[in-house]
Ligand binder design. Structure first.
Ligand code: 8Y4
Length: 278
């Protein structure tokens, strides 16, 4: 039961909740090593996440954190392509590419990427066409505003309704471009133009996102919502993140994007077993 997505020849079986491991290839995460150090370190971490139970690895080369400088396309390609190519060739799990840039979508899929994870929900001109031609599944995420300024003053009359309507509109745009619903995942975009209150409301009513009928992916790992709730820096947000992941899966999420793979896999195995007992 549950969908089985074809990610460039590798299956992503969503009959049970799965973990997407985060692999950053931004310079801030592999600071002074330069380009030579990036590939071996990325491979080592990706292998480790697969050993810990990750069902998919998300490779991102463009920081979407508020205030992060925008990355040029050529630099994004230089960071991401060698890593995607090496991981796709070596690992048994699909490789997701975190991008919304049409050229990066095309080239990453050409070297083996099996899913396009786009925080801009394919709104960059040419991205819908690139994803449709690529033929791999896409994750459409909600964001209010733009990465640089989205946290300045997020405002909604009805955050859950507005997120659901936005995602339904992007699904329609995908379908019009020839991307079938069977190839689409939805993500409410925790932290992307949302206050703590908005994030909590979305998590509480995540069932309404799941009711759209497509698999739901969530990414809350280490985000500032836990900083605000727990008064904790990034390295002390694990337990809060696990609680949120458990709630998300109980409300219908099928994929949890996280930096903390082993802990999340174990938490979700317990949730999954309890849900199956029903
Ligand atoms: C500490 C570490 C604090 C990381 C903040 C962060 C999502 C996503 C991101 C998400 C999907 C992030 C690429 C932001 N978040 N993709 N990407 N969903 N689908 N910040 O929620 O991790 S990057």
């Amino acid at each position: 039961m549950g969908p089985r997505l074809d990610c460039a020849g590798k299956p992503l079986d969503l009959s049970v909740p799965r973990v997407m491991g985060v692999l950053n290839v931004t310079p801030d995460s592999f600071s002074d090593g330069g380009r030579f150090a990036r590939l071996p370190l990325a491979l080592e971490r990706a292998r480790e996440m697969v050993a810990e139970g990750a069902a998919i690895i998300d490779v991102g080369g463009e920081s979407t954190r508020p205030g992060a400088p925008p990355v040029g396309v050529e630099e994004e390609l230089r960071r991401v392509l060698p890593v995607v190519e090496a991981l796709a060739a070596e690992l048994p799990v699909p490789i997701s590419v975190d991008t919304g840039t049409p050229k990066v979508i095309r080239e990453a899929v050409a070297v083996g990427a099996g899913l396009v994870n786009d925080v801009r929900a394919l709104r960059v001109p040419g991205a819908l066409e690139a994803a449709a031609a690529a033929g791999v599944p896409v994750c459409l995420m909600h964001m209010q505003g733009e990465p640089g300024t989205m946290q300045a003053s997020p405002r909604y009359d009805d955050v859950v309704g507005e997120v659901v309507r936005f995602l339904e509109e992007r699904v329609a745009a995908c379908e019009a471009q020839g991307i079938p619903r069977s190839r689409i995942l939805l993500d409410p975009g925790f932290g992307f133009g949302k206050t703590l209150e908005h994030n909590l409301r979305l998590l509480h009513r995540l069932d309404r996102v799941a009711a759209v009928g497509l698999p739901v992916l969530v990414g809350m790992s280490r985000k500032s919502m836990f900083g605000a709730l727990l008064d904790a820096p990034v390295h002390r947000r694990l337990y809060g993140g696990l609680a949120a992941a458990v709630v998300a899966v109980m409300r219908g999420a099928r994929v949890v994007r996280t930096h903390d793979v082993r802990a999340t896999v174990e938490a979700l195995a317990v949730v999954s077993a309890v849900m199956d007992a029903g």
